[in-house]
Design a protein around this ligand. Structure first.
Ligand code: BES
Ligand code: MN
Ligand code: ZN
Length: 488
C-alpha cells in the first residue's frame, strides 16, 4: 500500500473513495467537496442523523459523482481531538475500506491549509497500523489489498517518518503473533541477526554456554528447563558524530511462559507466546532507529528464554546468583520475567548508559491495577518519567505511574534467605516486581520500567489495533529517542 500527500484540487481526484473527517455537530468539511457531491452527502448525513461522534462512520454511495463512495467519519468534539484521535479514527476507517473492498481513498481533515507534521504523521500511522493483519497461516481465496491512501495537504516528510514508526510497530506485532513453535530463543536471536544485517546494526548473540560464563545464571536458570536453550541478544546503533546520550532498551523475551514447575492452568497459559512482547518492541525500535539515524547511541538488549517444566527446570527454593552478584531466592517459577531481567538489567547497567528503558509483560497484577489497556510506569527519575509521559499522551500509548516509595512493601521481597525473593505476595504485585528489577539497575542510571502485560496484547479489534500483538511501546520509545536527538 502507498501512502502519499495529495496537493491537487479535490475535484481532480480519481480514486474510488473520499474519506471526510468531521468534528462532532459540524459538517464544514463537507463544503470542500464539489457542489453535487456536497449536496448529496449533506442530505444523507441529515437523513441518517449523523452526529460525528468518534467511531461513527457513514458510507454514502456517490457513483457517477467524481468518486464511487464518500465515507464520513466522526472525530468527536473539536476541543477533545488530539493526534491520537486521528490515528484511531483513520485506523478504523482503513479497516472498513478493506471490508468494503475499496482500494483507494483520499483523506480530508477539517483543518484549514496545509496539515501540520504531527497530524500528517498520526494519519499515516493510523493507515499503516489499521491495515495490519496476521494471516500468513490462513488459506486465502483471493486477497484484497488497499492500493493507495492519499492525505489531503499532508506533509511529505512527516509521511516518511510515520511509515517508519508504524512499520516498526507492525514488525513487532508480527513477531509477537508468531507462536512458540516458530519463535523460540534461538530463532528470535536469528531474527535479530537478520535485522542487524539488513539495517546495518551491530549484533552480538551469546549462547547458553557464554551466558553461564558471563555469570548470568538467572537468565540461564529460567531457560534451562526447555530443550530450546536461552540466548542473550545485544543490538547496537551508533550515530556518526558524538552521541548526545546513550540509551539502553531492555525487553523481556519469554518466547513462551508455561509457568515452569509452578505451571499455569490452561486458561492462563493461552496466548503466552505474547510474553516476548517487550523483546519484540525492542527489535522494532532498533529497526526504526537504524532508519531514523538519531544523534543518540541506542542499545537493544533481550534475554530470550522459554519457561518450561522439566527434569532440568529451575525450582521453587533455588538460590541463584545474578550477574551483578546479588542472590535471588525463587519462590515461584512463574515469576520468571523478573529473574531473566535481573541479568539483562545488570548487563545493560555495565554499558554505563545515561538511561535505561525496559519493557516487560511482567505481571497480571498490573492489569488488575490499571486495566488491560494501560501500561504501568515505574521509575527512579521523575524528570525522565515526566517527559516520557508527555510523549505517551501524544502517541496514545497509555501509561500510568505507580509508586516505588513504599518501603514497607519493599520488605516483602527481602523476606528471604538470599538478597531478594522473586515474589512479593498478592497485593501490589506490579510494584514489588518493579522493586525487584530496581535491585539490578546500576547506581546513577535513570531508569523507566514499563509493565506492558495488559496493552501488549489486544483481545479484540480496536481503532488501529487488530486482535493479537499490538507492538505497544514502540512508538513512544521512538518519539522519546528522537526528542533527545533533536534537543541541543
Ligand atoms: N508473563 C506473566 C505475566 C502476564 C500475565 C503477562 C498475563 C500477560 C498476561 C508473568 O511471567 C507471570 O506469570 N507473572 C505472575 C507473577 C506471580 C507468580 C507472582 C502473575 O502475574 O501471576
Ligand atoms: Mn510467568
Ligand atoms: Zn512471564
Amino acid at each position: 500500500m502507498e501512502v502519499k500527500a495529495y496537493k491537487d484540487d479535490i475535484k481532480k481526484f480519481k480514486g474510488k473513495s473520499i474519506v471526510l473527517l468531521v468534528y462532532e455537530e459540524t459538517t464544514k468539511t463537507v463544503g470542500r467537496l464539489s457542489k453535487g457531491l456536497a449536496n448529496r452527502v449533506k442530505k444523507v448525513l441529515q437523513v441518517e442523523s449523523f452526529k460525528g461522534k468518534e467511531g461513527e462512520i457513514l458510507k454514502v454511495p456517490t457513483v457517477g459523482l467524481v468518486v464511487d463512495f464518500v465515507y464520513v467519519a466522526g472525530l468527536g468534539k473539536k476541543e477533545k481531538v488530539n493526534e491520537d484521535t486521528y490515528r484511531r479514527v483513520v485506523g478504523n476507517i482503513v479497516r472498513r475500506l478493506k471490508k468494503d473492498k475499496v482500494d483507494s481513498a483520499l483523506i480530508i481533515t477539517p483543518r484549514r491549509g496545509d496539515l501540520n507534521r504531527e497530524i500528517t504523521k498520526a494519519i499515516t500511522e493510523g493507515v499503516i497500523l489499521g491495515d495490519y493483519t496476521f494471516d500468513k497461516y490462513k488459506k486465502k481465496e483471493e486477497e484484497f489489498k488497499i492500493k493507495e491512501v492519499l492525505i489531503y495537504k499532508g506533509d511529505e516528510e512527516a509521511i516518511r517518518f510515520g511509515k517508519i514508526f508504524a512499520e516498526a510497530q507492525n514488525y513487532a506485532r508480527d513477531l509477537v503473533n508468531e507462536p512458540g513453535n516458530v519463535i523460540n530463543p534461538i530463532t528470535l536471536a536469528e531474527e535479530a541477526q537478520k535485522l542487524a544485517k539488513e539495517y546495518r546494526l551491530e549484533c552480538k548473540v551469546y549462547d547458553e554456554k557464554e551466558i553461564q560464563e558471563m555469570g548470568m545464571m538467572a537468565l540461564y536458570s529460567v531457560g534451562k528447563g526447555s530443550v530450546n536453550p536461552p540466548r542473550l541478544i545485544h543490538l547496537v546503533y551508533k550515530p556518526e558524530g558524538t552521541p548526545k546520550e546513550k540509551i539502553v532498551l531492555v525487553g523481556k523475551g519469554l518466547t513462551f511462559d508455561s509457568g515452569g514447575l509452578n505451571i499455569k492452568p490452561g486458561d492462563y497459559m493461552r496466548n503466552m507466546k505474547m510474553d516476548k512482547s517487550g523483546a519484540c518492541a525492542v527489535l522494532g525500535i532498533m529497526r526504526a532507529i537504524a532508519q531514523l539515524k538519531p544523534e543518540v547511541e541506542v542499545h537493544g538488549i533481550v534475554g530470550a528464554a522459554e519457561n518450561m517444566p522439566s527434569g532440568n527446570a529451575y525450582r521453587p527454593d533455588d538460590v541463584i546468583r545474578a550477574k551483578n552478584g546479588k542472590y535471588i531466592e525463587i519462590d515461584n517459577t512463574d515469576a520468571e520475567g523478573r529473574v531473566t531481567m535481573a541479568d539483562t538489567l545488570s548487563y545493560a547497567s555495565e554499558l554505563k548508559p545515561d538511561k535505561i528503558i525496559d519493557m516487560a509483560t511482567l505481571t497480571g497484577a498490573c492489569m488488575v491495577a490499571l486495566g488491560e489497556y494501560t501500561a504501568g510506569l515505574f521509575t527512579n527519575a521523575s524528570d525522565f518519567a515526566q517527559e516520557f509521559k508527555e510523549i505517551a499522551k501524544k502517541t496514545g500509548e497509555r501509561v500510568w505511574e505507580l509508586p516505588m516509595d513504599d518501603e514497607r512493601l519493599r520488605k516483602k521481597i527481602k523476606n528471604t534467605v538470599a538478597d531478594v525473593l522473586n515474589t512479593g505476595g498478592r497485593y501490589g504485585g506490579a510494584i514489588t516486581a518493579a522493586m525487584f528489577l530496581e535491585e539490578f539497575v546500576g547506581k546513577g542510571i535513570k531508569w523507566i520500567h514499563l509493565d506492558i502485560a495488559g496493552p501488549a496484547w489486544s483481545k479484540e479489534d480496536y481503532a488501529y489495533y487488530t486482535k493479537g500483538g499490538t507492538g505497544f511501546g514502540v512508538r513512544t520509545c521512538l518519539e522519546y529517542i528522537m526528542k533527545v536527538s533533536d534537543n541541543v
